[in-house]
Design a protein. Structure first.
Ligand SMILES: *Cc1c(COP(=O)(O)O)cnc(C)c1O
Length: 396
């Protein structure tokens, strides 16, 4: 088949909810992917944040193969060895508490929202404060938590109980706290919102506020967690520990798994029968996630992410020095944003033609998040392409 034929099938049979390129990807290895015609691309936005280990990490592939030959799925009313092991590893790496497993980011956010509502039920509290430019997923509650009109428009009536503050503005959060407030939820590094990094004072202020008012502080680390910023969890950069942390995306390196970890304050809130997910943490996805966590340790990928993140940022700063089109370079570790002075859709398109995959979000922000094991040579190659494209754009 050709990519045009695949596109034709989409036109006939798949709902057009995504703005799609004309490229059909069929194979991946590390930081490289190939399309259906054999063209090779350097992937600097692997799996939309899912493939943090790179494509087809051998240890993850073999864990999946091994588990698939034993048992794929067991219902959650039976004990699941892999899920129990994964729970232990995650809690040991995060903070004292317990984990609930599900199958996607939005579903994990929903679970965290349910946990917050139940936590506040006795005192009649249910309002959750979230931030402008946030992104928490596409289910009705998660999109209501997402303070962006473009995600919400047309889907009303939206559930009540969400208030929107300004990211990195502690006073704007304080102003919204009322007798109904039960939680504050945010991404320590906003992804879809344009790679905006929370300030340490802001996060520490939120922690203090949550403690004073008995609120749950919920961190959505679906995109910035799992090593992306050079720490396993982004909050470690500031030492501000949440009451609930939400994970998904690169937790499973490509198999659908989401999770939320509840700390001491709300560990007893969800009781038998109060929440569930049929696929949640089944043996297949739990085995994959265990392999991911092991690979991050064994291959020292956090140190590598810090090192490659510093290198990539330095190279981007050099690019900024020679390209007026670049307004700002920001981010943490290998989660970097390049804000342009004009829309970046054509930069994305031209890079793709030249064999480099990046992303453009919020119209003007190029999102660059290569795999943790990316090499300096691959970074050099990617930035050569990006530099060429920016030069062409500036000449146009
Ligand atoms: C991707 C993302 C989600 C939604 O995850 P899905 O698996 O698409 O439901 C939620 N929060 C953040 C921060 C994300 O990046």
């Amino acid at each position: 088949m050709t990519s045009a034929e695949v596109k034709e099938l989409y036109g006939q049979f798949v709902l057009p909810t995504y703005r799609q390129t004309a490229v059909c990807l069929v194979k991946g290895k590390g930081s490289r992917v190939w399309d259906i015609h054999g063209k090779e691309y350097l992937d600097f936005f692997p799996g939309w944040g899912v493939s943090g280990l790179g494509h087809c990490h051998p240890k993850v592939v073999s864990a999946i193969k091994h588990q698939a030959g034993k048992i794929l799925h067991i219902p959650n009313n039976f004990l699941n060895l892999k899920q129990a092991e994964l729970g232990r590893v995650l809690v040991k790496k995060a903070f004292p508490g317990k984990v609930f497993f599900c199958s996607s980011g939005a579903e994990a956010v929903e679970g965290a929202i349910k946990c917050a509502h139940k936590f506040g039920a006795q005192s009649g509290r249910y309002e959750i404060i979230t931030m402008d430019m946030s992104f928490h997923g596409r289910t009705i509650a998660a999109l209501t938590a997402t303070a962006q009109p473009k995600v919400q428009d047309g889907f009303g009536p939206l559930p009540e109980g969400f208030r929107y503050a300004r990211f990195n503005d502690l006073d704007s959060v304080k102003a919204l706290v009322s007798a109904k407030t039960v939680a504050i939820m945010l991404e320590p590094v906003q992804g879809e919102g344009g790679i905006r990094v929370a300030g340490g004072e802001f996060l520490k202020g939120l922690r203090k506020l949550a403690d004073e008012k008995n609120l749950l502080l919920i961190f959505d680390e679906i995109q910035c967690g799992m090593g992306r910023t050079g720490k396993l969890f982004a909050y470690e950069h500031w030492g501000v520990i949440p009451d609930i942390m939400v994970l998904a995306k690169s937790l499973g390196a490509g198999v659908p798994i989401g999770a939320f970890i509840t700390g001491k304050k709300c560990v007893d809130v969800l009781t038998p029968g109060s929440h569930g997910s049929t696929y949640g943490g089944n043996p297949l996805v739990a085995a994959a996630a265990l392999a991911v966590l092991k690979a991050i340790d064994r291959e020292r990928l956090l140190a590598r992410t810090q090192e490659m993140g510093a290198y990539l940022r330095e190279k981007l700063m050099q690019l900024k020095a020679s390209h007026l089109l670049i307004k700002e370079v920001r981010g943490l570790g290998l989660m970097l944003g390049v804000e342009l002075s004009k829309p970046g859709a054509s930069v994305f398109e031209r890079c793709l033609e030249k064999g480099l995959i990046i992303n453009c979000t919020q119209e003007k922000v190029l999102r660059i998040m290569p795999a943790m094991a990316v090499t300096k040579r691959q970074i050099d190659q990617a930035l050569r392409i990006l530099g060429e494209v920016l030069t062409e754009e500036e000449a146009a």
